[in-house]
Write a protein that binds this ligand. Structure first.
Ligand code: ARG
Length: 459
């Protein structure tokens, strides 16, 4: 039999393979709620404008609620012959309320309908992502507050560079995640236009009120061009772009946690709740959650790339290619939410090994820059010369197998005659971090001030 929705000009039904490649109901049932929300707004508008009767509009709106409760209660039989969520819902509505169901699709097409449903769904995901990021920021903030003055090595090239504070390192991620929130917020603002009423591609001759449906669905305005409205998937790409960058941040933090929890570093202990064991090596406690978060990013980048490729060659307006916008996006959104939740748990639960952090901070000549700065400040030496003198002292310490504070004054004056005993004051790691008071620097006082600012922002 030909299709009940569009089969008028067909004599035969589709081949089984045609049905298999064409049907999206296997996954687009995920936005059933958004589909019904959109249809209810459309029906209310049709009724208000007198395009259908008030009685029909009411019957449609009521019937759609019945269909929604059937779907949400798991009492709905989805049919691949009905292709997608839109036609599954409408077909069921006809069974529930009869003839008025056939009036719902007036002045509308599946093209604007799917654009609307997916936009509503992605908008919800944006809100969920922002909530998830905020939770992670709060966990990082608690770590930053506890360890505003714990000293640890700061790295460049993963080589010891200068001492920093634990709080400062945690706050670096709070900043990155703040930009992620801003990107998601931007994306939300940009996507918040309603495509409903663009119809198939050209608009409609019915006297519809697109402003009314836009407002009812929480949009800022209806989209201005019907061709663009049904062709546009930028809102998905904006979401996937923001998700990609956010996942990249999570991946970098994961990498650090993997390194930090190794026996060679021992900077942090991850909680049992967020670690796993080995089936053969009894001593093992593995940072699997961090590794999985580091890997999830592949799916998210993948979804972003896949949709860019789907969209890049499409002429206006709708092509069925665009049905391939959904599955990877669902997967990317799920991956991001799970990664955010797992990272939040790991960060909240982890314990910094402060003696080990401090020991590591003091090794590797980490206060060499402080020594050079002392030469500049005390002896009025040009920085380039101070750099050179300090380099000679580092070499001397290296030859002696000790660190900079272990050199004697005689060792120091042997390299440069004017060095005095005061120099030893700047070689300790606590002095070092306390001195970094420039705006945005690692000093504990700066960290405390930033923690206070972020707490206010997140409150
Ligand atoms: N299932 C379709 C999709 O996901 C809905 C739109 C169908 N439109 C059409 N002209 N066939 O894109």
């Amino acid at each position: 039999a030909s299709n009940a929705m569009w089969g008028g000009r067909f004599a035969a039904g589709p081949d089984a393979i045609m049905e298999a490649i064409n049907a999206s109901i296997g996954y687009d049932q995920r936005f059933a709620r958004q589909d019904i929300e959109g249809s209810r707004a459309h029906a209310a508008m049709l009724g208000a404008k007198g395009i259908i009767t008030g009685n029909d509009a009411d019957a449609i709106r009521e019937g759609l609620l019945t269909v929604l409760s059937e779907i949400e209660g798991g009492n709905f039989e989805f049919s691949a012959a009905l292709e997608d969520i839109h036609m599954n819902v409408e077909a069921r509505l006809r069974e529930v309320i009869g003839e008025p169901a056939g009036r719902l699709h007036t002045g509308r097409s599946r093209n604007d309908q799917v654009a609307l449903d997916f936009r509503l769904w992605v908008r919800d995901q944006v809100d969920a992502a922002i909530d998830g990021i905020r939770a992670l920021q709060n966990a990082l903030l608690a770590q930053a507050e506890a360890g505003a003055d714990w000293v640890m090595p700061g790295f460049t090239h993963l080589q010891t560079a200068q001492p920093v504070t634990w709080g400062h390192h945690m706050l670096a991620y709070v900043e990155m995640l703040g930009r992620d929130v801003s990107r998601f917020t931007d994306a939300r603002t940009r996507m918040n236009e309603s495509p409903l009423g663009a119809a198939a591609l050209a608009g409609t001759s019915f006297d519809i009120d697109r402003h009314m449906t836009a407002e009812a669905l929480g949009f800022d305005r209806p989209s201005a061009n019907s061709l663009d409205a049904v062709s546009d998937r930028d809102f998905v790409l904006d979401f996937l772009n923001a998700a990609s960058i956010c996942a990249m941040h999570l991946s970098r933090l994961s990498e650090e946690l993997v390194i930090w929890s190794s026996a060679q570093f021992r900077f942090v202990t991850l909680s049992d709740r967020f670690s796993t064991g080995s089936s053969i090596m009894p001593q093992k406690k593995n940072p699997d959650a961090a590794e999985l978060i580091r890997a999830k990013i592949g799916r998210i980048y993948g979804a972003n790339t896949a949709l860019m490729i789907v969209m890049k060659g499409l002429p206006l307006a709708y092509s069925k290619d665009m049905q391939e916008d959904k599955e990877q996006t669902f997967d990317a959104a799920d991956s991001l939410m799970l990664a955010l939740a797992a990272m939040t748990g790991m960060v909240a639960d982890m314990t910094a090994n402060t003696p080990q952090l401090e020991k590591a901070a003091a090794s590797g000549f980490s206060t060499a820059t402080d020594l050079a700065d002392w030469l500049v400040r005390t002896l009025d030496m040009p920085f380039r010369e101070a750099h050179h003198v300090t380099g000679a002292l580092v070499k001397l310490a290296e030859d002696k197998g000790c660190d900079l504070p272990d050199l004697s004054l005689a060792d120091m004056t042997g390299v440069h005659a004017k060095i005095t005993r005061d120099v030893f004051d700047v070689l300790g790691v606590h002095n070092s971090v306390a001195s970094r008071t420039s705006y945005g620097g690692t000093a504990p006082d700066n960290v405390r001030a930033q923690v206070a600012l972020w707490k206010e922002k997140l409150a």
